[in-house]
Design a protein around this ligand. Sequence first.
Ligand code: CUA
Length: 325
Amino acid sequence: MKFGFPLFPESASTLAPQVDAIYFFGLGVAAFFSTLIACLIFYLAIRYRRRSEDEVGKREKAAMWLEIAWSIIPLGILLFMFAWGAKVYFEARRPPGDAVEYFVTGKQWMWKFQHPEGQREINHLHVPVGQPIQLKMTSEDVIHSFFVPAFRIKMDVLPGRYTTVWFEATKTGTFRLFCAEYCGAEHSRMGGSITVMEPRDYEQWLARADSATGPLALAGAQLFEAKTCGTCHRPDSNLLAPILHGLFGEEVTLASGDKVLVDENYLRESILDPKATVVSGYEAKAVMPTFVGQLSEEELVELISYIKSLGDAASHGETPEESAG
Ligand code: CUA
C-alpha cells in the first residue's frame, strides 16, 4: 500500500498467497508475450519493408522447428497454468475436515451471522486466527455474493439453498466484507467486516457476546420439541417417519428409486417441502406438513444443526430403556 492507495488487497488468509501466485504468473506470461509480439511486429515491419517502388514480395518459408516450438511452448505453459489453477481451485472449494461451521444469511441489505455456540451478529463477524472456518450461506430474498478481498474468497449466496465457502485467516485485524452481486437499491452499502482475533481474545469475546439461544444444536433441539417434530420422528420408532439419528451424511433411497445424500440442502428441502423427497417406504405415511413461512432461516439452521448433532439411535440417551432408568 504505497502512497496510501491500495493497489492490491491485503493478504490475510492461507488461500491468498496461492491465488496471488497464479494471478502474478498469468500476468507475467501475458506481459512477456505481449511485449515479445509488439517488438516482433516492429522488427519484422522494418526488416521486410519494401525497399523500392517496383519490389515484389516473396514468400518466406518458416523453419519446421520454429513452427513446432511456437505451438508446443504455449501449450505447455497453458497446461501448466490449468493444472495449477485446478489444484488451487479444488483446495479453495473443499473445506478441511477440522473446519468450524458458521452460518450466514444474506438479506436486502445486510449480512446475518450465527456462531456454532449460538452468538449472532449483523454485518460484523468475529473469528479466531489460524482456524479453518466454513461458512454455510443462504439468502432470504435475492442473490447476493459474499466477498472478502483480503481472504480472496467470493461465493454467491442464493435463496432456497446453501452454498459453502471457507477460509483460514493468517493474521489478526479487521477486513472488509462486500456484497458482490447487484441486489437492489442499497447493494453498494451491503457490506461489513470480519474481525480476526487471537483464539484467547475470541474466547473472551464469545463469553461477552449475547448467545440467548445457546449452541445452535441445543436451540434446534428446543425448536424440534416446540414444533412437535418428535411426535413422528421418534428416536425409538420409524413407524411414522424416518429416524433422524445417524442420518446426516448417509445416503437414503427415495420413493422414486433415486439415492440422495443427506446434507444441509436435503434436510432444508425435507423440512420446507417434505413431499418433494419422500423416503422409500413412507409414501403412504407422508403426512408431514410444509414448514414454509413458519421457520426463519436462523431457525432452519438450528434445526439442521440439531439433526446433524444426533448420533446413532442406539447410542443416544433418548431411547426408552435409558430414559426410563
Ligand atoms: Cu446483496 Cu448486493
